[in-house]
Design a protein around this ligand. Sequence first.
Ligand SMILES: Cc1cc2nc3c(=O)[nH]c(=O)nc-3n(C[C@H](O)[C@H](O)[C@H](O)COP(=O)(O)O)c2cc1C
Length: 303
Amino acid sequence: MKTVICYFSGTGNTQKVAEKFAEQLARYGEVVVHSIDLLTLQKKLPDELAQQIETCDLFGLGYPVYAFNAPPIALQFAKKLPHLAKSKRTFVFNTSGEPLKLNNISSIKLYGYLRRRKFDVTNEYHYCMPYNIMFRHSDEMAHKMWETAQKLIPLDASEMMGGAKHLLEKVRFGGTVAWVMRCQQWGGQLNGRMYRVSKDCVHCGKCVNDCPTHNIRITKKGKFRFGGNCLMCMRCAHLCPKNAIRIGLFNKWKVNGPYTFAEPKNDEERQHYNKLLTNAYKTYFDEAEKRIAAANANNEIVE
Ligand SMILES: Cc1cc2nc3c(=O)[nH]c(=O)nc-3n(C[C@H](O)[C@H](O)[C@H](O)COP(=O)(O)O)c2cc1C
């Protein structure tokens, strides 16, 4: 069996999930994983990738949730997918900072693009991963989220390979809510033009090289220019080694510095600065633990 997994990841969370899926699905055959960075800047998908997608048995597409939607880059990528002659089994996975069921509506528009091209979405999975905007999750929370995802993904992969379907429940009027929330996309483009670089910048060029839409450039005079193609993926600001990028109107929500996902060693590191949605997180972890315990009891694979 051949699987192709394509993903967009602004700051690494969705990439971790994509790679874990790849590791698990490799038990069943060949797996190829592609980041979709920069692909939407091209008129069409590279022939080799299009051919891999056309000929694979299982196709997976992953993205982080942005304002209860899939990011524009994921939608544009889906629009560039080939129109297949016969339907192909497809799974969708996404990550988000909070475990609200409302995040399930993020795939509605994407489903439309995929189905029109005969990508038959039979399975969809969501994993809670730490916020890259809004506030910084504690190290303990980040560790717990990733530890949980790492246990759920093998179960989800084996459920899918067993032939079971699994789609996430959408709330009523979800399509309309997602449509309204898509204003974030043009708001993000507008806000992207307001990004600024502080004097702490050491001109390492990381933000310029890493931007998934090549939206940042440095002029001959050494000034930074942010174009109108910002996804607000946070990669530049989150991973800036000098925390030198101001993210326009949302600077108070900036989260700088990658998560280590390591288990915290002392109580100070364990502190939660987030008291938001405590019950929703509890429900997410409780349900995951129940599922993992049941799988353990049935001797299913849990890694
Ligand atoms: C512009 C933007 C909008 C976001 N909107 C949501 C949201 O609606 N719901 C949510 O739970 N998380 C939201 N997040 C958090 C991300 O979905 C989450 O941190 C995700 O795991 C990031 O994945 P990545 O590291 O692969 O980019 C948002 C993040 C960004 C940058």
